[in-house]
Ligand binder design. Structure first.
Ligand code: XMP
Length: 329
């Protein structure tokens, strides 16, 4: 793709001239496509003067930390520090049930963790890093400063998405946003040009607050985190095996704080219900629920109930957006 090759070379020069020959930059990797492509690009431009951090907030999916760290280190050779802050996040979230309260708590905790990383780095380098790399895309730019009367930017008033511009102003880091003129499909092309694995570039979007908005109520209740990780993993693997993953925008499981009666083996059970959600969408602003072949859903349901302890009922969400949102919280 000659056009993307040009964009790549142009961006590399631009990043080099912006950051200069001696300054350092930091980047928080979320495990998603955008921050990964942005970091890979800046790494190409300034090498080891880029310092990435990946925060395990305890709200990640099944084996997510191991999987993304392996991609970052073994495949992309990014200089990345993994900070395990899961206990800190989870202890703060104990007893918190309001969705917005959860988001705010997670946003605050993230900033604290990031600050600590930046300070430690400053001590190691003997100087302050002066740039912050972010994977902001063109639609994020439009959405956060919408033209008047466009009706865009709306979702921010419904849910506080903390991953756009969510870092403390007092850090005085200058922003480097090399993807701010690109759409998602262009970012994927750019990633491909830099040898980011194609499977990684096709990952579904995942919310910053992670599983906290997929466990209704208290995130720390019972085995909720463990259960939702296992169900999600089974669902996603089934989608991949059926060749459906790439035609779906987002798919996931939701832990319901509801116990229902079942019969498992020759015994009566009183266990949790879990909801599955899969949608198609262009941009996440509106979405349609995905119409699976019933046999697919039956297979996933049987697999989950047979192998995940503590689950005896699966329901499928047949609501589009609007009137529902994508996430349940
Ligand atoms: P909703 O649920 O608002 O989701 O219809 C639209 C898209 O945004 C994601 N989402 C979030 N992403 N922080 C994020 O980074 C959040 O707090 C958040 N809430 C929802 C959701 O997964 C979907 O892709």
């Amino acid at each position: 793709d000659w056009k993307m090759q040009d964009v790549l070379e142009e961006q590399l020069k631009l990043i080099q001239s912006t950051i200069g020959p001696t300054e350092h930059a930091i980047c928080a990797l979320s495990g998603g496509v955008d921050s990964t492509v942005a970091a890979t690009l800046v790494h190409k431009a300034i090498g080891e003067r880029l310092h990435c951090v990946f925060v395990d907030n305890g709200l990640l999916r099944y084996k997510e930390r191991e999987r993304v760290m392996s991609t970052f280190e073994k495949e992309l050779h990014l200089p990345v520090t993994c900070v395990d802050a899961s206990e800190k996040f989870l202890s703060k979230l104990k007893g918190v049930t309001d969705p917005e309260e959860k988001r705010k708590m997670i946003g605050r905790e993230f900033i604290c963790t990031f600050d600590e990383f930046a300070l430690k780095l400053e001590r190691e380098l003997g100087k302050k890093p002066s740039f912050l790399v972010q994977g902001t895309l063109y639609p994020d730019v439009i959405e956060s400063c919408p033209p008047p009367g466009s009706g865009k930017g709306h979702s921010h008033t419904i849910k506080s998405h903390h991953n756009v511009g969510g870092l403390p102003k007092e850090m005085q880091l200058k922003l480097v946003e090399p993807l701010r003129w690109l759409f998602k499909d262009e970012v994927r092309k750019l990633g491909e040009l830099m040898n980011v694995p194609v499977g990684f570039l096709k990952r579904h979007p995942f919310p910053g607050p992670g599983l906290a908005v997929r466990i209704l109520g208290d995130v720390t209740q019972g085995d909720a985190l463990e259960i939702i990780r296992e169900v999600d993993e089974i669902f996603i693997n089934s989608l991949k095996e059926a060749g459906l993953y790439d035609s779906i925008w987002q798919a996931f499981a939701v832990f319901l704080p509801v116990k229902t009666v079942g019969v498992q083996g020759d015994r009566r059970s009183h266990s949790n219900a879990v909801a599955l959600r899969a949608i198609t969408s262009e941009d996440g602003m509106t979405a349609d629920w995905y119409q699976f072949d019933p046999k697919f859903l039956a297979d996933v349901s049987a697999k989950v109930c047979n192998s995940v302890r503590g689950v005896n009922r699966i329901v499928y969400d047949i609501t589009s957006k609007p009137p529902a949102t994508v996430e349940w919280e």
